[in-house]
Design a protein around this ligand. Structure first.
Ligand code: GAR
Length: 221
């Protein structure tokens, strides 16, 4: 078996996506292992959970550093110290400098709760509802210097239902995030997804039959 890629997960809060990655990586044939979790917020609930699971859990409090660069230097040292080969951002809510991104270029991925390139940034669910879109979702992508941009690895879609609130739509999307993030990390860690010329190629047969129609009412075919 190929050696598992050593992954560090960056969080800022509850860490449910990090938990989904950790749970997936418990499978012996999963191509990555989660070797550490780091948070810029020492009180992040996900950090305590990771610690309880016996995973190296590091608080790197951004408020303790005078500059963004100094904070990132400390974060980088933690990741290097754990022998991290790939970084997975999972609700990590700090903007990164181009220098930090360059150090992890092609080795750092992120999940975002929208169908990028629609709705980068915050309040994605409220904005989708305000626009009246019928389909929303989530995206796993490589991190580039521009926020919530970068080559797309995987996306998942859900219907937006009349009466949805930002919270109800966020719940529906979050469930799907927990499905697609472990799958996307596995694709990258196994080499099935390859970054070439700023696009992601999937070196495998893919199921072409999937579709989502929204609203799904009254159709017969
Ligand atoms: C998730 O919905 C994730 O997609 C989003 O923050 C939430 C974190 O939840 N990330 C972003 O908005 C990044 N731009 P979690 O801490 O429970 O994984």
């Amino acid at each position: 078996m190929k050696p598992r890629r050593r992954v560090g997960v960056l969080i800022s809060g509850r860490g449910s996506n990090m938990m989904a990655l950790v749970e997936a990586a418990r499978a012996p044939d999963y191509p990555a292992e989660i070797v550490c979790v780091a948070s810029n917020r020492p009180a992040a609930a996900g950090l305590a959970w990771a610690h309880e699971q016996g995973i190296a859990a590091h608080a790197v409090d951004h408020k303790a550093y005078a500059t963004r660069e100094a904070f990132e230097e400390a974060l980088h040292a933690v990741l290097e110290g754990q022998g991290v080969e790939m970084v997975a951002c999972a609700g990590f809510m700090r903007l990164m400098t181009p220098g930090f991104v360059a150090r992890w270029a092609g080795r750092m991925i992120n999940i975002h709760p929208s169908l990028l390139p629609l709705y980068p940034g915050l309040h994605t669910h409220a904005r989708a509802i305000a626009d009246g879109v019928r389909i929303a979702g989530c995206t796993v992508h490589y991190v580039v210097a521009e926020m919530d941009a970068g080559p797309i690895i995987a996306q998942g879609a859900v219907p937006v239902i009349d009466g949805d609130t930002p919270d109800s739509l966020a719940d529906r999307i979050l469930h799907l995030e927990h499905v697609i993030y472990p799958r996307a990390l596995a694709l990258v860690a196994s080499g099935t997804a390859r970054l070439e010329n700023e696009r992601v190629n999937i070196l495998s047969d893919v199921n072409q039959s999937g579709r989502l129609i929204s609203p799904d009412v009254g159709g017969s075919s």
